[in-house]
Every structure is written in structure tokens, then in C-alpha cells.
Design a protein around this ligand. Structure first.
Ligand code: FES
Length: 375
């Protein structure tokens, strides 16, 4: 048995008192979980500590908390591992972010997480005549959605989503990953309508800023941001030019890198609203956007994050490097079919035994790659 110190954030909104931290000692084997530690404290020292849990086996998703500042499942983190990564060995446990606290370590999942899940119509909408029995689909057509199906709705990705912190109305990583589960399902008949809805929503797929936090946070390897990018790519395939201009803005990043090798800030706006050249395509909405961005631009200039010359003329890379970038674009563009790395499902069906397993560990621990066609 070893001794560990847990530092828990306590808060009861109804008490009228401010949140506070409280430390407790637990004596448990290091391979027992942080949840076990909290339950021991509850059992032996203070029964009023509130935490939600059920399966204690990383299956139900109930025990999501922040451990040492990072979202995780309390039942999925060993005490010794948590102590190793803690300041002075004191394991801090606090409620997840981006959701209101009900009490101590329990957050209101209904107010945020489940509301957003409802937003994406989280059920199959098949079209056509009902089959006599079940819908039969080839197993390989389900590869892309397998990853999203591993989600246990713990809310870890929601907790650390930076976009949601800035825009609480953002549909968010968990709900958008859930949406891909149906967009990518060959049995669903509303792919286009779902995508158009998520693209047109100002808090939809183009509200994600690629911060990667959700990928790091997910204890199941769902990689919600990757699912959002898939949604965007398929929306692009359908030529959904949303009113938020998200698709064209994203496409302009792609063409800028192709043409310059690096981002060219001054050309980003006109391309997002107009086309490939600076002159003659300056859309009125780009002017509005530019005006609203002026305070940030001035601040960036004042802080020397950018110089007027660099902003106007763009960054330059050596010609051989630019040629190399162009060759990559050429090679990718020449492919008849688009392939994506699916880092979740691995192996081939007729792979000889003794090689990598056919499916990744659901806990997300072992994820070699296979190329799988996307839609
Ligand atoms: Fe079920 Fe932790 S208690 S996931």
C-alpha cells in the first residue's frame, strides 16, 4: 500500500460559498484508480464528496473529471501515474470545464453536452423502402464510422474545447463526431441535408479552430477533430458553400500554401471572399470583415507579431522548397480516389496471424494506421 494525496475541488453552488480545495490522504496500491482513491475518501473521511461513477471500467463515461488539469476518466487513471505527473506529487482533481458545476466533481451534462448531442439528430435517417429484415452493409463501408462509434459520451473533449470556451454555442467536438457517425453511415439517407445544416450553422463545423485539445483529451481515441475535418471535406465534395464562408475560407488556405508555400495573410481575406487574385475580387463582406479585424491587426503590428511589409508581401520560401510543395499538390491532385489515414481501425481481414490485431484497443492505446477510403 502506498499513500497518495488527493486535492479535490469542492463546490456547492447552493451553499453560497466560493469553491475551495481540500486535501485528503488515501492508502491504496498505485495501480488502483484515482476514482478508487476518491471513493475511499468518501467512505472513510467525508461522505459529502460528490462524484458521478458507475462501471468503474472506462465503459460508461460517467466519471469524467480533470486530473492534474487534464480531462480524463477517474476510473481510467492509476494513482501512481497521476502522482508522477502531479506538482509535488499531489493529485489534483476538479470538475470538467465548459459545463456548469452541480456539486464538487459533478457537472451538468444535460445543460451542455446532451443538448448539443440532440442538436445533430443523433439517430439514423434511412431513405427508401424498409428492408424485410435488417439493413445489410458491407463491413468495409463502416470502417470510417467505427472510430466515432467508440465514443462513450464522457464529455472530456467538450471539457477542453477552446472554441466552445470562446463560443459556448459551438456545437462542439462530441456532437460533431456523433454527427459523422451518421453522415458516414451508408444506411443514412440525409447526408447532404445533415452537412448543409452543420455548414450553415454559424456555430457548426467551421467554428472549430483545430486546437487538437479534443484529440488529446479523448480517452477512447475517437479524435473528434478528425471527424469534424471529415465532415468539412464531404461538405466540400457536395459543394456546400455556406453563408459563413467557412468552406471558401478553408479552401483559400489550401490554395495559398500551394501558391506560396506559406500563409499569405493579406491575400487570405480576398481569396476567402473572392478568388485567386488580389485585384478585382474584393467582396464587400471582406471589407466588413477587415474592418472588424482592425483592432486585432493594430495590436499585432504594435506587438511586432507582424510587420506591414510581411503582411502585404507574404512569407517567402526558397524556390526548390516551393517546387516540392507544388509537387505534393500535384501528386495528391492526380489521384483518382481520395484516401485518408484511418488511425483507428487497423489490419487486413486476411492478414496472417501473429501480425497486428484487426481492431484497435477500444481504450485507444494501440492504433497503427491503415489507409481507408473515405466515402
Ligand atoms: Fe464508468 Fe469511469 S465509472 S467510465
Amino acid at each position: 500500500m502506498a499513500d497518495y494525496t488527493l486535492r479535490l475541488r469542492r463546490y456547492s453552488p447552493e451553499s453560497g460559498e466560493a469553491p475551495y480545495w481540500e486535501e485528503f490522504e488515501v492508502d491504496l496500491d498505485g495501480k488502483r484508480s484515482v476514482l478508487d482513491g476518491i471513493l475511499q475518501v468518501k467512505d472513510r473521511t467525508d461522505a459529502s464528496i460528490a462524484i458521478r461513477c458507475s462501471c468503474r471500467a472506462a465503459i460508461c463515461g460517467s466519471c469524467g473529471v480533470r486530473i492534474n488539469g487534464k480531462p480524463n476518466l477517474a476510473c481510467h487513471m492509476h494513482l501512481d501515474h497521476a502522482a508522477e505527473n502531479a506538482v509535488d506529487g499531489v493529485i489534483t482533481v476538479e470538475p470538467m470545464g465548459n459545463m456548469p458545476v452541480i456539486k464538487d466533481l459533478i457537472v451538468d451534462m444535460d445543460a451542455v453536452h446532451w443538448k448539443k448531442i440532440q442538436r445533430v439528430t443523433p439517430w439514423l435517417l434511412p431513405e427508401g423502402e424498409e428492408p424485410e429484415r435488417e439493413h445489410i452493409v458491407p463491413p468495409e463501408s463502416m470502417i470510417d464510422v467505427t472510430q466515432t462509434m467508440a465514443c462513450i459520451q464522457c464529455g472530456a473533449c467538450v471539457s477542453d474545447c477552446l472554441s466552445m470556451e470562446v463560443d459556448p454555442l459551438f456545437i462542439g467536438p462530441a456532437a460533431l463526431a456523433k454527427s459523422y457517425r451518421f453522415v458516414g453511415d451508408p444506411r443514412d439517407g440525409q447526408q447532404f441535408e445533415r452537412l448543409r445544416d452543420l455548414a450553415e450553422d454559424p456555430h457548426g463545423i467551421y467554428d472549430c479552430t483545430h486546437c487538437f485539445n479534443c484529440i488529446e483529451a479523448c480517452p477512447k481515441g475517437v479524435a473528434p477533430m478528425s471527424q469534424i475535418m471529415r465532415l468539412r471535406r464531404i461538405a466540400g465534395d457536395h459543394e456546400i458553400n455556406d453563408r459563413n464562408n467557412g468552406h471558401r475560407h478553408e479552401a483559400s488556405f489550401v490554395t495559398l500554401i500551394r501558391d506560396y508555400g506559406l500563409l499569405h495573410e493579406a491575400e487570405l481575406l480576398p481569396r476567402s471572399y473572392g478568388g485567386d487574385s488580389w485585384f478585382g475580387k474584393f467582396h464587400p463582406r471582406a471589407g466588413q470583415e477587415l474592418a472588424s479585424s482592425l483592432p486585432s491587426i493594430v495590436k499585432a503590428l504594435q506587438r511586432r507579431k507582424v510587420t506591414p511589409k510581411l503582411a502585404m508581401l507574404g512569407h517567402k520560401i526558397a524556390k526548390p522548397d516551393l517546387d516540392a510543395v507544388k509537387r505534393i499538390y500535384q501528386q495528391v491532385g492526380d489521384q483518382e480516389e481520395r484516401f485518408e489515414l484511418n488511425l483507428y481501425v487497423v489490419g487486413e481481414e486476411d492478414e496472417p496471424s501473429g501480425t497486428e490485431p484487426a481492431h484497435a484497443d477500444a481504450a485507444g492505446g494501440h492504433l497503427p494506421a491503415e489507409r481507408s477510403p473515405n466515402q
